[in-house]
Design a protein around this ligand. Structure first.
Ligand SMILES: Nc1ncnc2c1ncn2[C@@H]1O[C@H](COP(=O)(O)OP(=O)(O)O)[C@@H](O)[C@H]1O
Ligand SMILES: N[C@@H](CCC(=O)OP(=O)(O)O)C(=O)O
Length: 371
């Protein structure tokens, strides 16, 4: 077995994320037999000495049948209503299943804002720590009823990776309805007509060249693209990831012998850079010309006003903003040194054209992280 898999198998503290497709079914809602099988595997891992935090999707999926809806809602209000019905059933089902082992569960609902707000972040961390100390299992989900489209995590893969960072986990296990990362969507043949192939190990971005990460199933949210983004996020915080099928949960949690294993980067990002890149809310967008993208994202220089062609958003000094190229692609993030009003006056001007109080860089290199 590879060193990477051995590390995941032996991880002392793990976060395990279970996707909607692994827990729910459009017609019948929550599948309790599948949930029991997952809890058996999680309990076995805890008995073997690991601390486990569960991130469970499935609230929307579990709310569809009781509300008499026929398919996964697409509008935000109905999704939120389904989540509020389904979350109650979901949390209850986790509680009932773990009760077979006399294990108590605690529900933790988080929004993306909670990761940017220092006090919320610290409180969430403390609650999760205390649940662990009390031998209870935290079951985490997004707080769907208050999360608006703008501030959503987007999917629970990202939430799970942020939780792994929050609790300083040693590994993240993503359990889905697919048994790992394939070279393309396994439901379809690839461009050359051949079936997609399972990738067993990803050591770095070069192993993802040519991989097509497609959309998810009828119940999932982010598809494979969101799992890859979560794996990158976890890797940045030094956490290896195992992506496997929920039906292989027993093997995944026992010895990590199934699925795709993603290595963590050797040096984790500093807490500050991790926050800028992944956890902080973005308050606006600066559009960079090609020269500025090169200077800032590749040569790691400070961002000067001359390379900025437009600014959007009502940001203030100290806020995090996205840096996008002329095609609108996000290329980096950084902590901006001026308010939006000042930036509007500075755009496109070289430093010696600017008044003395506006001659600092828009974003200093130390506060910039390429994406
Ligand atoms: N390259 C790929 N490798 C594996 N699965 C893929 C790939 N591209 C798309 N998929 C699809 O992504 C689905 C998993 O995503 P999703 O439905 O969002 O899962 P979950 O509910 O577990 O979050 C799989 O069922 C698979 O069909
Ligand atoms: N908070 C939502 C999560 C939706 C979601 O991300 O689903 P998935 O892609 O299956 O992990 C719910 O519980 O339905």
């Amino acid at each position: 077995m590879s060193e990477l898999r051995a590390g995941i198998a032996g991880a002392r503290s793990i976060v395990v994320k279970i996707g909607s497709s692994a827990l729910t079914d459009l017609a019948s809602g929550l599948d309790r037999d599948r949930l029991d099988a997952l809890v058996d595997a999680l309990e076995a891992r805890m008995q073997a000495g690991s601390d486990v935090v569960v991130v469970s999707s499935g609230a929307i999926g579990a709310g569809i049948a009781p509300l008499g809806l026929r398919k996964r809602p697409t509008d935000l209000a109905t999704k939120q209503a389904a989540a509020s019905v389904g979350q109650l059933a979901l949390a209850h089902a986790w509680g009932t299943s773990f009760a077979r082992y006399r294990r108590v569960v605690g529900q933790v609902l988080l929004t993306a804002d909670d990761f940017s707000d220092r006090a919320h972040h610290a409180n969430a961390q403390r609650t999760l720590d205390r649940l662990r100390a009390l031998h209870a299992v935290a079951v985490v989900n997004e707080n769907d009823t208050v999360a608006t489209n703008e501030i959503r995590f987007g999917d629970n893969d990202r939430l799970a990776a942020l939780v792994a960072h929050l609790v300083s986990a040693d590994a993240l296990v993503l359990l889905s309805d697919v048994d790992g990362l394939y070279t393309g969507d396994p439901r379809r043949p690839g461009p050359d007509g051949r079936p997609a192939r399972l990738i067993e190990q990803v050591d770095g971005p070069e192993d993802l060249d040519g991989v097509i990460a497609g959309s998810g199933g009828a119940l999932g949210t982010g598809g494979m693209a969101s799992k890859l983004a979560a794996a990158r996020l976890a890797s940045d915080s030094g956490v290896p990831v195992l992506l496997a099928s929920a039906s292989d949960a027993a093997a995944a949690l026992r010895d990590a012998s199934v699925g795709t294993a993603f290595a963590a980067r050797p040096e984790r990002l500093s807490a500050r850079r991790f926050w800028v890149r992944h956890a902080a809310q973005s308050h606006g967008r600066l559009v960079l010309d090609d020269g500025a993208v090169q200077a800032v994202c590749l040569r790691r220089r400070s961002l000067l006003a001359a390379g900025v062609t437009a600014a959007h958003g009502n940001f203030s000094t100290g806020d995090v903003v996205d840096l996008v190229d002329l095609r609108g692609e996000v290329r980096g993030r950084g902590v901006v040194g001026y308010d939006a009003d000042d930036v509007a006056r500075m755009i496109g001007r070289s430093t010696d054209e600017l008044p003395a109080d506006l001659q600092r860089p828009l974003i200093h290199a130390d506060h910039l992280v390429p994406v």
